[in-house]
Design a protein around this ligand. Sequence first.
Ligand code: KG4
Ligand code: ZN
Length: 336
Amino acid sequence: MHVLGIETSCDETAVAIYHPQKGLMAHVLHSQIATHNEYGGVVPELASRDHVRKLLPLIGRVLQDGKLTGADIDGIAYTAGPGLMGALLVGAATARSLAWAWNIPAIAVHHMEGHLLAPMLEDDAPALPFVALLISGGHTLLIEVSAIGRYRLLGETLDDAAGEAFDKTAKLLGLSYPGGPALSRLAETGKPRFQFPRPMTDRPGLDFSFSGLKTSVLNTFNNSKQTTQDKADIAFAFQQAIAETLTIKCHRALQQTGLKTLVVAGGVSANTAIRQQLGTMTTAEHARIYFPRPEFCTDNGAMIAYAGYQRLKAGQSQDLTLFARPRWPMAQLLSV
Ligand code: KG4
Ligand code: ZN
């Protein structure tokens, strides 16, 4: 079964083809960073228009790269939410129309389920059950995964997502969008000088909050001379605070569930400092940790093709109605 995966939920147009025996056959991605850079963040209308321009040519390219034609595709998976409505509709309409024309099933995929399953694309894939930490630009979730589609929410952010905190702090420090990778590069030249709070770690529970950390960073920045070294030191301390907060909560989640496997995914899981701190914790706990390869931490089509394959294999698919949900709680997903 060849599954075409389409991702257009935000600022990346990405397409991939997955086959259960042959693995990932091809994947392509167009990033809209250059389009949104001058605005300091994603402009939804520009995102939709760019998806319209890029999606069909990318589908053509991925078929060519995989040495396949439309006739070889057995199912189409598309990100149906959460995300920007206009952007989602481009993917949904294209996927649904192609599936109708090719007379094959189409499946709506939850973007965060895509991220969650991305580590399954690696040779050394995690075995179920596990605890998953999903850290992206819009979400920070701790989930107990007992089977694909069986997700119990253990904790989530009460305000900003981890990636959002990175992006806002980066903006404050004068770095360009998206801020996460830029901030992490700046932190490499930072020294341990400032100490920021580890929000909500002093009380029980698995929820997160990053807005207070943002205020703390803002105050420190305003009280500094704002030199390049000041900025690097702030970036370093901020990254440490996020990494330690996430690590404390993951440790707690493993203890609470009694599970020994941690899966970390989503854009922020590309961060080296965070990977290292979590890795040190799981080694000490005799637990195993899994991440996607860095290019599959951030948005991509491969994770959507893979998640879609799992659901199509279980016989799930959508009718001809376009399915797009800007807000879509993971708990509403069916198990496979
Ligand atoms: O998963 P993703 O590509 O898109 C969403 O679903 O939101 O995540 C994007 C987020 C952005 O906030 C970006 O700044 C952050 O992931 N990010 C990073 C790194 N790479 C991407 N944050 C910290 N360190 C990184 N290396
Ligand atoms: Zn994402």
